[in-house]
Design a binder for this molecule. Structure first.
Ligand code: JF5
Length: 221
């Protein structure tokens, strides 16, 4: 799978993507990430990519020409814009994108991109959440990590991916490892009982309790 990232900070992606699961996936040739420097098509000696908004007002807007030329280089890709005005990013997006050959991520910034680009050259707009950060680069990194680990053969245990948080519509139960007592804090007795029926029931209960406490928006009742 190829992931192109249109950005004014191509170096932003260098070191985080070399580490961990994404690093291994890239090394093994299962995923390739290619940052594309938007300033390649910038105007004038300063390679300018932003301009003031028609109608006035504060801030700057990403100009259409450089973005259009950058997007012309990713023909055939699914084109996704990262912007606080997009739909909330979910596991469903990541699942779907992990199954395509070429994903192109466009990192928004300033007040946003010229609407004609959003309208005619972007397939989907997504947001990490209801807050504003300086640019879409951090969101692009989240998507690269979230998608890469779903690409076949990147992660060994396919079962843990199917069982993880959100797949069952609830958040996960708590997990413990040795020692059974740490600084006086004990692992719940049931998990050490060896009774797999009771353990499964306890875990199901914990998932439901946590989901209704922390994420009532995920419960149907
Ligand atoms: C951005 C205009 C993009 O702030 C974000 C963002 C928040 N959630 N997901 C992305 O992106 C930067 C700022 C302003 C467009």
């Amino acid at each position: 799978m190829q992931i192109s990232i249109i950005t004014i900070f191509p170096e932003y992606f260098d070191s985080p993507l070399r580490l961990g699961i994404t690093g291994r996936a890239i090394e093994r040739g299962l995923v390739s990430v290619d940052p594309i420097d938007l300033r390649t098509w910038g105007k004038g000696v300063h390679r300018q990519v932003d301009d003031s908004p028609f109608g006035g007002g504060p801030g700057m807007v990403l100009m259409p020409e450089p973005l259009a030329q950058a997007l012309d280089t990713v023909a055939g890709a699914r084109r996704v814009l990262l912007t606080p005005g997009g739909a909330p990013l979910s596991q469903e997006h990541l699942d779907r994108w992990s199954q395509i050959d070429h994903l192109a991520l466009v990192c928004g910034r300033y007040e946003g991109v010229d609407e004609r680009i959003a309208e005619h050259m972007i397939d989907e707009q997504v947001s990490l959440g209801d807050y504003v950060i300086a640019g879409g680069e951090a969101a692009a990194l989240v998507i690269v990590e979230g998608v890469s680990r779903l690409v076949p053969d990147v992660v060994g245990n396919a079962e843990s991916i199917e069982r993880e948080s959100f797949r069952g519509g609830t958040i996960e139960e708590p997990h413990y490892t040795r020692p059974a007592e740490f600084r006086g804090w004990e692992v719940p007795e049931v998990l050490r009982s060896g009774d797999h029926g009771r353990i499964e029931e306890w875990r199901r209960n914990q998932r439901q309790q946590r989901t209704s406490d922390r994420r009532p928006d995920l419960t149907d009742d």
